[in-house]
Design a protein around this ligand. Structure first.
Ligand SMILES: Cc1cc2nc3c(=O)[nH]c(=O)nc-3n(C[C@H](O)[C@H](O)[C@H](O)COP(=O)(O)OP(=O)(O)OC[C@H]3O[C@@H](n4cnc5c(N)ncnc54)[C@H](O)[C@@H]3O)c2cc1C
Length: 509
């Protein structure tokens, strides 16, 4: 076993690439071992539709990524054709709401302002390692004090409102505020996307705040389509780390970490090769990291229990339709089909979908978020054919009857719904590719196939993410760290866990 590297990173998702870039800029010799034949992990055109813009705090620390982005509007589809299009730009949205939901206009902007303040406050905690509980250490006390101060600086009324809302469900808040059910459905959709919560589940509001914190603190602003899709963002991140001297080994599944006397010493690949480094960072999900890469023999009973109960069953499936012509949607221009289109017409519609998935059943009328990005970006057009990317919310990890028998039914349900909005769409389809959360687990090496590598809920957030006692990117084994979406502040293409983890590692090497 030769000592070649300062740091080995397990997995080559976008967080690993951000982490590697920061470490390489500090002249660390870094190796990335990725199990798949390409980098990017869940951040691929095959799964992810849109990205939040990497925020300035991440961008300023990595090499410039050569990507053109365009902002995307969110369009809530209505069967009547009175679709609701929100852009995040106040003047445009005011005009739209005055036409379609006149009674809700002022309340919408009031709610947007309030949620924006709360998401900004939440966002201010995202960019560093969370404080440790029960450690009588000055820097932890200082972080806790700063945290309390930021919340208190919102003012007394806002502080009380924040405390009231933090465990609340999104449905109550929206039903108190709005009359328009389409508007309620669209906001609720964003509060539950990628999660195991329904709009009436306590805590669904914090999910929305988390999402807003990653999208310019806006309900519908800050959603981006990268030219070339998510794949182009990954290519740019990858090119930059390679230029910095980072070595990337793809098709290199890491079987285990080598541990000697509670200190990590390197990794063993699936083919038996041993590679040495005194620092290893796992971007794999928490269950894989602790149970597979580290091994339960290195964990105490309480730690094992916490990881076992970490909730990480995904509920989003992806369907890609290849279309030989552009389908006609009622009351939508073809160019609008490249925007974020959402079928989630009311809170009750979402809650009913959630009920089906709770009992491991498929909803006959699923919730869909979709787009045909090639209508704006020619580079995504394949031989004149367009790909329609569809995310299906609440497709359970385990479905009664097994996914191998249920895929066709799930696709049929999606197409039946789409036909209502775009009669004749079925005749445009020349190919289809479906991937369930169960497939995501197998094909992308993420336990449960979860969007965030683990639920974003109050007991799995911040000082408790992924679990209490290991929330600072560190594990109980010296030299072994984590940097993926399972760590603070969670998933989505933000690069924040990767950036924060790099700083934690740099304190110690
Ligand atoms: C269906 C779906 C749709 C999504 N849509 C969006 C979206 O539209 N917008 C958005 O912002 N986010 C979206 N997300 C979430 C987002 O893609 C993820 O949260 C994010 O990409 C996670 O990045 P990561 O780098 O932390 O982990 P990952 O992308 O999961 O990367 C981890 C990598 O580690 C590798 N790995 C794991 N174990 C090993 C091992 N033992 N050896 C070697 N390699 C290993 C994996 O192969 C993987 O490449 C979506 C997620 C899903 C599931």
């Amino acid at each position: 076993m030769t000592k070649n590297y300062d740091v080995i990173i397990i997995g080559g998702g976008h967080n690993a690439l951000v982490c590697a870039n920061i470490l390489a800029k500090k002249n660390k010799k870094v190796l990335i071992c990725e199990a798949r034949d390409t980098c990017g992990g869940l951040a691929t055109n095959d799964l992810s539709n849109f990205t939040p813009d990497f925020c300035s705090k991440v961008k300023s620390e990595i090499d410039n990524i050569a990507i053109n982005h365009s902002s995307v509007s969110s369009i809530a589809l209505s069967e009547t054709g009175h679709h609701l299009k929100l852009t995040g730009k106040e003047a445009e949205d005011r005009k739209t709401l005055e036409q379609l939901a006149p009674e809700d206009v002022e309340r919408y902007f009031k709610l947007q302002k309030k949620l924006s303040l709360f998401s900004k406050t939440l966002g201010s905690f995202m960019h560093s390692s969370p404080p440790r509980l029960l450690h009588k250490n000055f820097s932890d006390y200082f972080k806790l004090f700063k945290l309390g101060l930021n919340v208190r600086l919102m003012g007394r009324n806002n502080f009380n409102e924040f405390a009231r809302m933090i465990g609340l469900n999104i449905a109550d808040e929206l039903e108190d505020n709005f009359k328009n059910t389409l508007l309620q459905g669209l906001i609720s959709h964003d509060a539950v996307t990628g999660s195991n919560l329904g709009p009436r589940s306590p805590g669904s509001l914090i999910n929305l705040l988390f999402r807003m914190a990653n999208h310019n603190n806006s309900l519908f602003g800050g959603i981006q389509q990268a030219k070339g899709g998510v794949d182009a963002v990954i290519k740019s991140l990858e090119d930059n780390v390679v230029k910095r001297g980072v070595e990337i080994k793809t098709s290199s599944f890491v079987k285990r970490c080598i541990i000697e006397n509670d200190q990590v010493k390197g990794i063993e690949l699936g083919n038996g090769a041993l590679i040495h480094a005194d620092t290893v960072i796992s971007s794999a999900d928490p269950k894989s990291t602790y149970f597979c890469l580290l091994g339960t023999e290195h964990l105490d009973t309480d730690f094992k229990r916490r990881i076992k109960h970490h909730r990480s069953k995904g509920r989003v499936s992806k369907l890609q339709l290849t279309l030989n012509k552009v389908p006609e949607f009622k009351n939508l221009e073809p160019t609008e089909l490249s925007q974020r289109l959402v079928i989630s017409p009311s809170i009750d519609y979402i809650e009913e979908n959630f009920n089906y998935s709770k009992f491991e059943n498929l909803s006959p009328e699923p919730i869909l978020e979709f787009s045909i990005p090639s209508l704006e970006d020619n580079s995504l057009c394949q031989d004149g054919q367009h790909i329609m990317n569809i995310q299906i919310q609440y497709a359970p990890f385990n479905v009664k009857g097994g996914w191998e028998n249920k895929k066709t039914e799930c696709i049929d349900n999606v197409l039946t719904i789409l036909e209502k909005y775009a009669p004749g769409i079925k005749s445009c389809i020349v190919g289809q590719d479906f991937i369930s959360p169960n497939d995501i687990e197998k094909n992308f090496n993420v336990t449960g196939g979860h969007w965030h590598h683990g639920e974003i809920q109050i007991d799995q957030l911040f000082m408790l993410r992924p679990i209490p006692g290991a929330a600072q990117y560190k594990t109980p084994v010296n030299g072994l760290y984590m940097c993926g979406a399972g760590t603070h502040p969670g998933g989505g293409m933000t690069g924040i866990p990767g950036k924060n983890a790099a700083h934690e590692v740099l304190k110690n090497i």
